[in-house]
Design a protein around this ligand. Sequence first.
Ligand code: RFL
Ligand code: PHB
Length: 389
Amino acid sequence: MRTQIAVIGGGPAGLLLSQLLNRAGIGTVVLERQTRDYVLSRIRAGVLEYGMVEMLRQSGAGDRMDREGFPHDGVCVSVDNQPFRVDFVERCGKRVFVYGQTEVTRDLYAAQDAIGATIIDQAANVALHDLTTDHPWVTFEKDGAEHRLDCDFVAGCDGFHGASRPSIPDDVRTDYERVYPFGWLGIMSETPPAAEEVTYASHSRGFALASMRNPMLARSYIQVPLTDRVEDWSDDVFWDEFRRRLPHEVAEALVTGPSIEKSIAPLRSFVSEPMRWGRLFLCGDAAHIVPPTGAKGLNLAASDVHYLFEAFKRHYLDKDDGGLDGYSQKALKRIWQAMRFSWWMTMMLHSFPDSSGFDQAMQKSELDYLAGSDAAQKVFAENYTGLPF
Ligand code: RFL
Ligand code: PHB
């Protein structure tokens, strides 16, 4: 089997890249380890930056998002049950879209099917070969048989636990990491969202986040110790704790109901440099992880895809490798900005088990400044809605 770009991973990064490339006349084969049903059962991000919204439209997979997604003009931040609002449109003239990652992925699969793209699911033991030569190739197993895929380039879009990043030798890579001492317990429920806008709550008992997918689907999170397990949290205990951390008037109006999904995600910041090795290009979670506090993970995957797509186009259509040579540096510059914002929000909004009185006073003064300063709100709005690509 032969293709131009072997795309490893059929998550949002791999599917979006493949879709854009196919529409530009560049051939791809996507290799995904899981079944499609499994990929579509994962519940993750919910907030799309404007740049990602534009890319979905550009890829021909944006119609349902435009019909069923929800533009949001701002968010609410709550400090010890007292809310304030940051208006994005007023501060920076942009807005975000509430539309779940699950739906984005579903739309991308449908768009790929519609143009007859090749997506091989349940591809096991993917291995990358001869990446520093002009003829890289990939092997994988499917239904017990071994296959070989020859290609011009490999796009490593296989997430944090994939095979691509470990294919870059240790002495070439530098990894940067911060692991936070807590996780987020998240539930999905068929109830009205707690608040009209996404609400980030800082509270002495810990952080909480009230989000949503649609008017009858709420996504709710609370900060929990890393030692907690999902079984430790019945729905009733979750809702009681969630309510305590929210703004008073939101808590009073909260409608609760049974969870239809419940999971705990650890929080970490991680970057691996460089994002290119020979003919392998890393993209999305394969190269970096952000804590979800800034809603940046999926959006960063999209900006990587943008840079990589433009670079491949220049290579194939203009015979110019400048984009490929500059990819890692260009992508990393924006990634570090999003790392900074996600880290800053995480540090400002969560309770840290070993924080001193001084640390807590710093968090409080950071939040006071954000609540009261036009300049601080502008900085927040510009970062939250997404820095330009
Ligand atoms: P993905 O979505 O992880 O997709 C990678 C795909 O590659 C496949 N794969 C392989 N395929 C072939 N061979 C292998 N060896 C492979 N190894 C893995 C996987 O099955 C998968 O289908 O990465 P991608 O495309 O870069 O997209 C990134 C986003 O998914 C991610 O940044 C966000 O979802 C992060 N994230 C969240 N971001 C937010 O903004 N808000 C959130 O609330 C939020 N919650 C989350 C999250 C990430 C989580 N992870 C990764 C564990 C919750 C979780 C649990
Ligand atoms: C979500 O809706 O799942 C969500 C929203 C905002 C975040 C993280 C997750 O910062």
